[in-house]
Each structure stands twice: as structure tokens, then as C-alpha cells.
Design a protein. Structure first.
Length: 66
């Protein structure tokens, strides 16, 4: 079953992005405040997970469990 990441209150998107940015900055990550979702690629790289922008459907469960 697909996981739904839909925000229940669409107008809250901006505040959620600010929260993500603040939390990740507190953890020591360099976050682009205009696109806070990009930090996931930095984290994946640190963990040795070959996550790239775009399609990642060819990644195996073994690669993702690091």
C-alpha cells in the first residue's frame, strides 16, 4: 500500500517547510530554505544510500536499509 504524505491542511505547507528547515539546521545540515526537501539527498549520501533526484524505483531493499 502506498504511503500518503498529503498535508491535511494545505495552507500549512509553508510552516511545515520552515519547521523541517529549522530541525535539520539544528542537526547540523546545510538546508536551502527555499527547498528544504533537498536535505534528504545529503542525508542519504552520508548513509551510503544512492538516492538521486528523480526516479529511484530501481533501488533494492538492501540498499535502503543502511
Amino acid at each position: 500500500m502506498a504511503k500518503k504524505n498529503k498535508i491535511l491542511v494545505p495552507s500549512a505547507r509553508g510552516e511545515l517547510d520552515k519547521l523541517k528547515s529549522r530541525v535539520m539546521k539544528e542537526q547540523g545540515y546545510n538546508v536551502d530554505t527555499s527547498n528544504p526537501n533537498d536535505v534528504k539527498y545529503e542525508i542519504a549520501n552520508e548513509l551510503g544510500i544512492p538516492l538521486n533526484k528523480g526516479y529511484n524505483g530501481k533501488l533494492t531493499a538492501e540498499q535502503l536499509e543502511k
